[in-house]
Design a protein around this ligand. Structure first.
Ligand SMILES: Cc1cc2nc3c(=O)[nH]c(=O)nc-3n(C[C@H](O)[C@H](O)[C@H](O)COP(=O)(O)O)c2cc1C
Length: 434
Protein backbone atom coordinates (compact mmCIF):
# COMPACT_ATOMS: atom_id res chain seq x y z
CA UNK A 1 0.00 0.00 0.00
CA UNK A 2 1.34 3.44 -0.94
CA UNK A 3 1.78 5.58 2.16
CA UNK A 4 1.85 8.88 0.24
CA UNK A 5 0.38 9.92 -3.11
CA UNK A 6 3.66 10.98 -4.75
CA UNK A 7 7.27 9.96 -4.88
CA UNK A 8 9.93 11.72 -2.84
CA UNK A 9 13.03 12.05 -5.05
CA UNK A 10 16.54 12.96 -4.01
CA UNK A 11 19.51 13.49 -6.28
CA UNK A 12 23.02 12.42 -5.37
CA UNK A 13 25.54 15.17 -6.03
CA UNK A 14 28.39 12.75 -5.47
CA UNK A 15 29.28 12.52 -9.16
CA UNK A 16 28.51 8.82 -9.46
CA UNK A 17 28.13 9.16 -13.24
CA UNK A 18 31.83 9.95 -13.38
CA UNK A 19 33.04 7.01 -11.30
CA UNK A 20 34.75 3.99 -12.84
CA UNK A 21 35.81 5.14 -16.28
CA UNK A 22 33.12 7.86 -16.47
CA UNK A 23 35.44 10.74 -15.54
CA UNK A 24 37.61 10.04 -18.58
CA UNK A 25 35.00 11.27 -21.09
CA UNK A 26 36.14 14.49 -22.73
CA UNK A 27 33.10 16.47 -21.53
CA UNK A 28 32.95 14.94 -18.01
CA UNK A 29 33.79 18.23 -16.24
CA UNK A 30 35.84 16.29 -13.65
CA UNK A 31 38.16 19.27 -13.22
CA UNK A 32 35.30 20.91 -11.28
CA UNK A 33 35.27 18.20 -8.61
CA UNK A 34 37.13 20.26 -5.98
CA UNK A 35 35.20 23.44 -6.68
CA UNK A 36 31.44 23.71 -6.38
CA UNK A 37 31.00 23.78 -10.18
CA UNK A 38 29.98 20.18 -10.79
CA UNK A 39 27.63 19.87 -7.82
CA UNK A 40 26.13 23.32 -8.38
CA UNK A 41 25.26 22.53 -11.97
CA UNK A 42 23.51 19.32 -10.88
CA UNK A 43 21.72 21.09 -8.02
CA UNK A 44 20.38 23.80 -10.32
CA UNK A 45 19.12 21.23 -12.79
CA UNK A 46 17.64 19.07 -10.00
CA UNK A 47 15.85 22.17 -8.71
CA UNK A 48 14.50 22.87 -12.20
CA UNK A 49 13.13 19.29 -12.10
CA UNK A 50 11.60 20.17 -8.67
CA UNK A 51 13.29 17.29 -6.89
CA UNK A 52 12.92 17.14 -3.12
CA UNK A 53 16.61 17.43 -2.33
CA UNK A 54 20.19 17.03 -3.39
CA UNK A 55 22.25 14.73 -1.24
CA UNK A 56 25.96 14.37 -0.54
CA UNK A 57 27.14 11.09 1.01
CA UNK A 58 30.55 11.22 2.65
CA UNK A 59 33.45 9.21 4.00
CA UNK A 60 36.39 10.17 6.22
CA UNK A 61 39.09 7.98 4.76
CA UNK A 62 40.87 7.49 1.46
CA UNK A 63 41.33 3.99 0.02
CA UNK A 64 44.49 4.61 -2.01
CA UNK A 65 44.30 1.79 -4.59
CA UNK A 66 41.08 3.31 -5.99
CA UNK A 67 42.65 6.75 -6.36
CA UNK A 68 45.10 5.56 -8.98
CA UNK A 69 42.18 5.01 -11.37
CA UNK A 70 39.33 7.22 -10.19
CA UNK A 71 38.38 9.85 -7.59
CA UNK A 72 36.92 7.35 -5.10
CA UNK A 73 35.99 8.97 -1.80
CA UNK A 74 38.04 12.13 -2.25
CA UNK A 75 35.69 15.10 -2.02
CA UNK A 76 35.02 18.48 -0.52
CA UNK A 77 33.45 18.54 2.91
CA UNK A 78 29.75 17.90 2.16
CA UNK A 79 28.31 20.52 4.52
CA UNK A 80 30.59 23.27 3.19
CA UNK A 81 29.79 22.24 -0.38
CA UNK A 82 26.04 22.39 0.29
CA UNK A 83 26.43 25.75 2.03
CA UNK A 84 27.87 27.15 -1.17
CA UNK A 85 25.07 25.55 -3.22
CA UNK A 86 22.55 27.13 -0.83
CA UNK A 87 23.54 30.57 -2.11
CA UNK A 88 22.77 29.68 -5.72
CA UNK A 89 19.51 27.77 -5.28
CA UNK A 90 16.16 28.74 -3.77
CA UNK A 91 13.91 25.78 -3.11
CA UNK A 92 15.61 22.41 -3.31
CA UNK A 93 16.50 20.59 -0.04
CA UNK A 94 20.18 20.10 0.86
CA UNK A 95 20.96 16.87 2.70
CA UNK A 96 24.47 16.57 4.11
CA UNK A 97 26.19 13.60 5.77
CA UNK A 98 27.73 13.73 9.23
CA UNK A 99 29.02 10.63 11.01
CA UNK A 100 27.98 10.04 14.62
CA UNK A 101 30.91 7.67 15.14
CA UNK A 102 33.70 10.17 14.62
CA UNK A 103 32.30 13.63 15.26
CA UNK A 104 30.97 15.53 18.24
CA UNK A 105 27.29 16.50 18.58
CA UNK A 106 27.99 20.14 19.45
CA UNK A 107 29.89 20.65 16.19
CA UNK A 108 27.28 18.73 14.21
CA UNK A 109 24.35 20.63 15.73
CA UNK A 110 25.96 23.96 14.94
CA UNK A 111 27.02 23.06 11.40
CA UNK A 112 23.58 21.71 10.54
CA UNK A 113 21.71 24.67 12.01
CA UNK A 114 24.12 26.98 10.14
CA UNK A 115 23.28 25.21 6.88
CA UNK A 116 19.60 25.54 7.77
CA UNK A 117 19.94 29.30 8.26
CA UNK A 118 22.09 29.77 5.15
CA UNK A 119 19.58 27.87 3.01
CA UNK A 120 16.48 29.34 4.67
CA UNK A 121 15.10 26.06 5.96
CA UNK A 122 16.37 23.56 3.42
CA UNK A 123 18.93 21.51 5.40
CA UNK A 124 18.69 17.78 6.06
CA UNK A 125 21.05 15.47 7.95
CA UNK A 126 22.08 12.01 6.76
CA UNK A 127 23.02 10.34 10.06
CA UNK A 128 25.66 7.67 9.41
CA UNK A 129 27.52 5.39 11.79
CA UNK A 130 30.24 5.01 9.10
CA UNK A 131 32.00 1.95 7.80
CA UNK A 132 35.68 2.81 8.00
CA UNK A 133 38.02 5.62 8.97
CA UNK A 134 38.66 4.79 12.65
CA UNK A 135 42.43 5.24 12.12
CA UNK A 136 41.85 8.93 11.43
CA UNK A 137 40.15 9.50 14.76
CA UNK A 138 42.42 7.72 17.22
CA UNK A 139 40.35 4.53 17.33
CA UNK A 140 42.39 1.29 17.07
CA UNK A 141 39.46 -0.44 15.32
CA UNK A 142 35.90 0.29 14.21
CA UNK A 143 33.58 0.09 17.21
CA UNK A 144 31.02 -2.73 17.03
CA UNK A 145 27.65 -2.15 15.41
CA UNK A 146 26.00 -2.06 18.86
CA UNK A 147 28.46 0.52 20.14
CA UNK A 148 28.06 2.65 17.00
CA UNK A 149 24.26 2.68 17.15
CA UNK A 150 24.26 3.37 20.90
CA UNK A 151 26.51 6.36 20.25
CA UNK A 152 24.34 7.40 17.27
CA UNK A 153 21.23 7.45 19.46
CA UNK A 154 22.88 9.57 22.14
CA UNK A 155 24.55 11.83 19.54
CA UNK A 156 21.23 12.47 17.78
CA UNK A 157 19.43 13.18 21.01
CA UNK A 158 22.09 15.73 22.02
CA UNK A 159 21.95 17.40 18.60
CA UNK A 160 18.18 17.77 18.79
CA UNK A 161 18.27 19.10 22.33
CA UNK A 162 20.96 21.62 21.36
CA UNK A 163 18.79 22.81 18.45
CA UNK A 164 15.90 23.29 20.88
CA UNK A 165 18.07 24.96 23.54
CA UNK A 166 17.95 28.35 21.80
CA UNK A 167 14.41 28.46 20.40
CA UNK A 168 13.52 30.86 17.60
CA UNK A 169 11.09 32.72 19.90
CA UNK A 170 14.01 33.66 22.16
CA UNK A 171 15.40 35.91 19.46
CA UNK A 172 13.76 39.32 20.03
CA UNK A 173 15.97 41.81 18.14
CA UNK A 174 13.95 44.56 19.84
CA UNK A 175 15.91 47.70 18.93
CA UNK A 176 13.61 50.06 20.76
CA UNK A 177 14.01 48.44 24.16
CA UNK A 178 17.53 47.18 23.52
CA UNK A 179 16.57 43.54 24.09
CA UNK A 180 18.37 41.21 21.72
CA UNK A 181 17.16 37.89 23.14
CA UNK A 182 14.90 36.56 25.88
CA UNK A 183 17.43 34.62 27.92
CA UNK A 184 14.69 33.03 30.03
CA UNK A 185 13.94 30.91 26.97
CA UNK A 186 17.56 29.93 26.24
CA UNK A 187 18.22 26.94 28.45
CA UNK A 188 21.15 24.62 29.10
CA UNK A 189 20.64 20.96 28.19
CA UNK A 190 22.89 19.56 30.95
CA UNK A 191 23.43 16.30 29.15
CA UNK A 192 25.50 13.73 31.05
CA UNK A 193 25.49 10.48 29.09
CA UNK A 194 27.81 7.53 28.61
CA UNK A 195 29.47 9.16 25.55
CA UNK A 196 28.96 12.90 25.83
CA UNK A 197 28.95 15.61 28.46
CA UNK A 198 27.30 18.70 26.99
CA UNK A 199 26.00 21.65 28.97
CA UNK A 200 24.57 23.78 26.19
CA UNK A 201 22.82 25.93 25.21
CA UNK A 202 23.95 26.15 21.57
CA UNK A 203 25.40 29.47 20.42
CA UNK A 204 23.05 29.76 17.48
CA UNK A 205 19.28 30.21 17.52
CA UNK A 206 16.93 27.78 15.89
CA UNK A 207 15.87 28.73 12.37
CA UNK A 208 12.36 30.26 12.55
CA UNK A 209 10.77 27.76 10.19
CA UNK A 210 10.33 24.02 9.80
CA UNK A 211 12.85 21.72 11.49
CA UNK A 212 15.77 19.80 9.96
CA UNK A 213 14.64 16.39 8.65
CA UNK A 214 16.85 13.40 9.41
CA UNK A 215 17.90 10.66 7.03
CA UNK A 216 19.38 7.36 8.18
CA UNK A 217 21.63 5.03 6.19
CA UNK A 218 22.24 1.49 7.45
CA UNK A 219 20.24 -1.68 6.94
CA UNK A 220 20.85 -3.98 9.95
CA UNK A 221 18.07 -4.59 12.49
CA UNK A 222 19.74 -2.05 14.78
CA UNK A 223 19.83 0.44 11.90
CA UNK A 224 16.17 -0.11 11.04
CA UNK A 225 15.14 0.29 14.67
CA UNK A 226 17.14 3.53 14.91
CA UNK A 227 15.45 4.76 11.72
CA UNK A 228 12.02 3.85 13.12
CA UNK A 229 12.82 6.00 16.13
CA UNK A 230 14.33 9.13 14.56
CA UNK A 231 14.44 9.18 10.76
CA UNK A 232 12.20 11.03 8.32
CA UNK A 233 13.93 9.28 5.42
CA UNK A 234 15.97 6.12 5.03
CA UNK A 235 18.66 5.82 2.37
CA UNK A 236 18.23 2.11 1.72
CA UNK A 237 20.12 -0.55 -0.17
CA UNK A 238 17.40 -2.69 -1.66
CA UNK A 239 18.51 -4.45 -4.84
CA UNK A 240 15.12 -6.04 -5.54
CA UNK A 241 11.45 -5.39 -4.79
CA UNK A 242 11.00 -8.21 -2.21
CA UNK A 243 13.92 -6.78 -0.24
CA UNK A 244 12.39 -3.29 -0.40
CA UNK A 245 8.95 -4.61 0.64
CA UNK A 246 10.52 -6.37 3.60
CA UNK A 247 12.50 -3.30 4.62
CA UNK A 248 9.39 -1.13 4.26
CA UNK A 249 7.49 -3.60 6.47
CA UNK A 250 10.21 -3.54 9.12
CA UNK A 251 10.42 0.26 9.06
CA UNK A 252 6.65 0.52 9.56
CA UNK A 253 6.81 -1.91 12.45
CA UNK A 254 9.68 -0.10 14.14
CA UNK A 255 8.05 3.32 13.59
CA UNK A 256 4.85 2.10 15.27
CA UNK A 257 6.90 0.58 18.11
CA UNK A 258 8.38 4.04 18.73
CA UNK A 259 4.99 5.75 18.69
CA UNK A 260 5.29 7.12 15.14
CA UNK A 261 3.34 6.48 11.96
CA UNK A 262 4.74 4.33 9.11
CA UNK A 263 4.38 7.27 6.69
CA UNK A 264 6.67 9.37 8.92
CA UNK A 265 9.63 7.22 7.79
CA UNK A 266 10.13 7.33 4.02
CA UNK A 267 12.09 4.51 2.42
CA UNK A 268 14.25 5.97 -0.35
CA UNK A 269 16.57 3.36 -1.82
CA UNK A 270 19.53 4.38 -3.91
CA UNK A 271 18.56 3.86 -7.55
CA UNK A 272 21.55 3.31 -9.80
CA UNK A 273 20.61 4.31 -13.33
CA UNK A 274 22.58 3.36 -16.42
CA UNK A 275 20.33 4.87 -19.08
CA UNK A 276 20.48 4.75 -22.86
CA UNK A 277 18.26 5.18 -25.89
CA UNK A 278 18.21 1.37 -26.12
CA UNK A 279 18.83 -1.44 -23.64
CA UNK A 280 21.92 -2.49 -25.59
CA UNK A 281 23.34 1.01 -25.32
CA UNK A 282 22.70 1.05 -21.56
CA UNK A 283 24.28 -2.37 -21.06
CA UNK A 284 27.33 -1.33 -23.09
CA UNK A 285 27.64 1.78 -20.91
CA UNK A 286 27.55 -0.34 -17.76
CA UNK A 287 30.18 -2.77 -19.05
CA UNK A 288 32.44 0.01 -20.33
CA UNK A 289 32.25 1.77 -16.95
CA UNK A 290 33.60 -1.28 -15.16
CA UNK A 291 35.93 -2.50 -17.90
CA UNK A 292 39.08 -2.01 -15.88
CA UNK A 293 37.96 -4.27 -13.04
CA UNK A 294 39.64 -7.47 -14.25
CA UNK A 295 38.89 -11.03 -13.19
CA UNK A 296 41.57 -11.03 -10.50
CA UNK A 297 40.14 -7.87 -8.92
CA UNK A 298 36.59 -9.26 -9.11
CA UNK A 299 37.74 -12.43 -7.34
CA UNK A 300 39.37 -10.28 -4.66
CA UNK A 301 36.07 -8.43 -4.18
CA UNK A 302 34.16 -11.74 -3.86
CA UNK A 303 36.73 -12.79 -1.24
CA UNK A 304 36.31 -9.52 0.64
CA UNK A 305 32.51 -9.53 0.61
CA UNK A 306 31.87 -13.23 1.11
CA UNK A 307 35.12 -14.89 2.14
CA UNK A 308 34.79 -16.88 -1.07
CA UNK A 309 37.99 -18.16 -2.72
CA UNK A 310 37.21 -18.67 -6.41
CA UNK A 311 40.76 -19.21 -7.63
CA UNK A 312 40.39 -22.97 -8.24
CA UNK A 313 36.62 -23.09 -8.57
CA UNK A 314 35.34 -25.17 -11.56
CA UNK A 315 33.64 -22.86 -14.07
CA UNK A 316 30.42 -24.89 -14.22
CA UNK A 317 29.98 -25.46 -10.50
CA UNK A 318 27.21 -23.29 -8.99
CA UNK A 319 28.00 -21.38 -5.80
CA UNK A 320 25.58 -21.72 -2.87
CA UNK A 321 25.53 -20.23 0.64
CA UNK A 322 26.81 -23.58 1.96
CA UNK A 323 30.11 -22.85 0.17
CA UNK A 324 30.76 -19.77 2.29
CA UNK A 325 33.07 -19.95 5.30
CA UNK A 326 30.94 -19.59 8.44
CA UNK A 327 33.42 -17.38 10.28
CA UNK A 328 33.97 -14.73 7.58
CA UNK A 329 33.51 -11.15 8.84
CA UNK A 330 33.63 -8.50 6.15
CA UNK A 331 34.49 -4.91 6.94
CA UNK A 332 32.11 -3.99 4.10
CA UNK A 333 28.52 -2.94 4.66
CA UNK A 334 26.51 -5.78 6.24
CA UNK A 335 23.51 -5.10 3.99
CA UNK A 336 25.69 -5.32 0.87
CA UNK A 337 27.16 -8.69 1.94
CA UNK A 338 23.68 -9.94 2.83
CA UNK A 339 22.38 -9.05 -0.64
CA UNK A 340 25.21 -11.05 -2.21
CA UNK A 341 24.42 -14.02 0.02
CA UNK A 342 20.79 -13.80 -1.14
CA UNK A 343 21.96 -13.97 -4.75
CA UNK A 344 23.83 -17.21 -3.96
CA UNK A 345 20.74 -18.60 -2.24
CA UNK A 346 18.20 -17.64 -4.92
CA UNK A 347 20.24 -17.95 -8.10
CA UNK A 348 23.12 -20.39 -7.38
CA UNK A 349 25.37 -18.55 -9.87
CA UNK A 350 28.48 -19.96 -11.57
CA UNK A 351 31.72 -18.02 -10.95
CA UNK A 352 31.29 -16.20 -14.30
CA UNK A 353 27.71 -15.18 -13.38
CA UNK A 354 28.69 -14.00 -9.92
CA UNK A 355 31.74 -12.04 -11.08
CA UNK A 356 29.62 -10.16 -13.65
CA UNK A 357 27.02 -9.10 -11.04
CA UNK A 358 26.63 -5.35 -10.47
CA UNK A 359 26.80 -6.12 -6.73
CA UNK A 360 30.39 -7.37 -7.16
CA UNK A 361 31.37 -4.67 -9.64
CA UNK A 362 29.68 -1.67 -8.17
CA UNK A 363 27.04 -1.17 -5.55
CA UNK A 364 24.20 -3.21 -4.25
CA UNK A 365 21.71 -0.47 -4.99
CA UNK A 366 18.54 -1.08 -6.91
CA UNK A 367 19.73 -0.93 -10.48
CA UNK A 368 18.11 -0.14 -13.79
CA UNK A 369 20.31 -0.71 -16.81
CA UNK A 370 17.99 0.16 -19.68
CA UNK A 371 15.83 2.85 -21.23
CA UNK A 372 13.96 5.69 -19.56
CA UNK A 373 10.74 3.75 -20.12
CA UNK A 374 12.23 0.69 -18.35
CA UNK A 375 13.04 2.90 -15.39
CA UNK A 376 9.57 4.53 -15.33
CA UNK A 377 7.84 1.14 -15.37
CA UNK A 378 10.02 -0.24 -12.61
CA UNK A 379 9.75 2.81 -10.36
CA UNK A 380 5.96 2.89 -10.83
CA UNK A 381 5.68 -0.83 -10.02
CA UNK A 382 7.75 -0.58 -6.83
CA UNK A 383 5.93 2.56 -5.68
CA UNK A 384 2.42 1.24 -6.40
CA UNK A 385 3.29 -2.01 -4.60
CA UNK A 386 4.14 0.03 -1.49
CA UNK A 387 7.78 -1.11 -1.55
CA UNK A 388 9.23 2.42 -1.61
CA UNK A 389 8.26 6.01 -0.87
CA UNK A 390 10.70 7.41 -3.40
CA UNK A 391 14.35 7.02 -4.27
CA UNK A 392 17.71 8.70 -4.37
CA UNK A 393 18.90 8.88 -7.96
CA UNK A 394 22.46 7.67 -8.51
CA UNK A 395 23.12 7.96 -12.25
CA UNK A 396 26.03 5.92 -13.54
CA UNK A 397 28.36 5.58 -16.51
CA UNK A 398 28.36 9.03 -18.07
CA UNK A 399 26.68 12.42 -17.99
CA UNK A 400 24.22 10.93 -20.50
CA UNK A 401 22.51 8.94 -17.70
CA UNK A 402 22.20 12.13 -15.67
CA UNK A 403 20.80 14.05 -18.66
CA UNK A 404 18.23 11.35 -19.39
CA UNK A 405 17.24 11.25 -15.73
CA UNK A 406 16.64 14.98 -15.47
CA UNK A 407 15.30 15.67 -18.93
CA UNK A 408 13.28 12.54 -19.69
CA UNK A 409 12.75 10.30 -16.67
CA UNK A 410 11.52 12.91 -14.17
CA UNK A 411 9.10 14.51 -16.71
CA UNK A 412 7.71 11.02 -17.43
CA UNK A 413 7.11 10.45 -13.71
CA UNK A 414 5.30 13.80 -13.59
CA UNK A 415 3.22 12.75 -16.58
CA UNK A 416 2.28 9.53 -14.79
CA UNK A 417 1.08 11.58 -11.81
CA UNK A 418 3.82 10.05 -9.66
CA UNK A 419 5.81 13.24 -9.06
CA UNK A 420 5.07 16.91 -8.47
CA UNK A 421 4.75 19.13 -11.55
CA UNK A 422 6.06 22.12 -9.60
CA UNK A 423 7.14 23.08 -6.07
CA UNK A 424 4.52 24.25 -3.64
CA UNK A 425 6.95 24.71 -0.71
CA UNK A 426 10.41 26.17 -0.27
CA UNK A 427 11.75 24.16 2.66
CA UNK A 428 12.84 20.53 2.81
CA UNK A 429 10.20 19.71 5.44
CA UNK A 430 7.63 21.40 3.23
CA UNK A 431 8.52 19.18 0.28
CA UNK A 432 8.43 16.04 2.42
CA UNK A 433 5.01 16.82 3.84
CA UNK A 434 3.48 17.90 0.54
C1 LIG B 1 22.64 3.08 1.48
C2 LIG B 1 23.72 3.33 2.49
C3 LIG B 1 24.44 4.52 2.40
C4 LIG B 1 25.47 4.80 3.31
N1 LIG B 1 26.14 5.97 3.20
C5 LIG B 1 27.15 6.23 4.05
C6 LIG B 1 27.90 7.43 3.93
O1 LIG B 1 27.66 8.29 3.08
N2 LIG B 1 28.92 7.63 4.79
C7 LIG B 1 29.25 6.72 5.76
O2 LIG B 1 30.19 6.97 6.51
N3 LIG B 1 28.55 5.58 5.90
C8 LIG B 1 27.52 5.31 5.07
N4 LIG B 1 26.81 4.15 5.21
C9 LIG B 1 27.17 3.21 6.31
C10 LIG B 1 26.14 3.22 7.42
O3 LIG B 1 26.06 4.48 8.06
C11 LIG B 1 26.43 2.16 8.46
O4 LIG B 1 27.59 2.46 9.18
C12 LIG B 1 26.65 0.79 7.86
O5 LIG B 1 25.69 0.52 6.86
C13 LIG B 1 26.60 -0.28 8.94
O6 LIG B 1 25.34 -0.29 9.53
P1 LIG B 1 24.29 -1.43 9.16
O7 LIG B 1 24.95 -2.72 9.61
O8 LIG B 1 23.07 -1.06 9.97
O9 LIG B 1 24.03 -1.43 7.69
C14 LIG B 1 25.78 3.86 4.32
C15 LIG B 1 25.04 2.67 4.40
C16 LIG B 1 24.02 2.40 3.51
C17 LIG B 1 23.25 1.12 3.64
Amino acid sequence: MMLRPRLCIGMSVAPTWLSGEGWRHRDSGIEGLYSSDLALDVARRAEAAHMDFVFRPDASFLPLPVMAQSFGFSSLDPTLLLASIAQETRRIGLVTTISTTFGHPYHAARQLMSLHWLSRGRAGWNVVTALQGNENFGLPEMPSSQARYARAAEFTEVVRRLWASFPAEALLVDRENGRYADTDLILPIDHHGPQFQVSGPMNLPQYPGPDIPLMQAGGSSLGVDFAGQVADMVFGMTPDMPTALEMRRQLSERALAHGRQPRDVRLLPGLSLYLGETRDEARALFLATHARIDRRQRMRLAQEFLGLDLRDWPEDRPITPADLPADHRSSRCASHCEALRRILRDQRPTPADLLARPEILASVHWQVIGTVEDAVQEIAAWFRAGAIDGFIAVPGGSIRSLDLLLEALIPRLVQEGLFRPRYSADTLRGHLEE
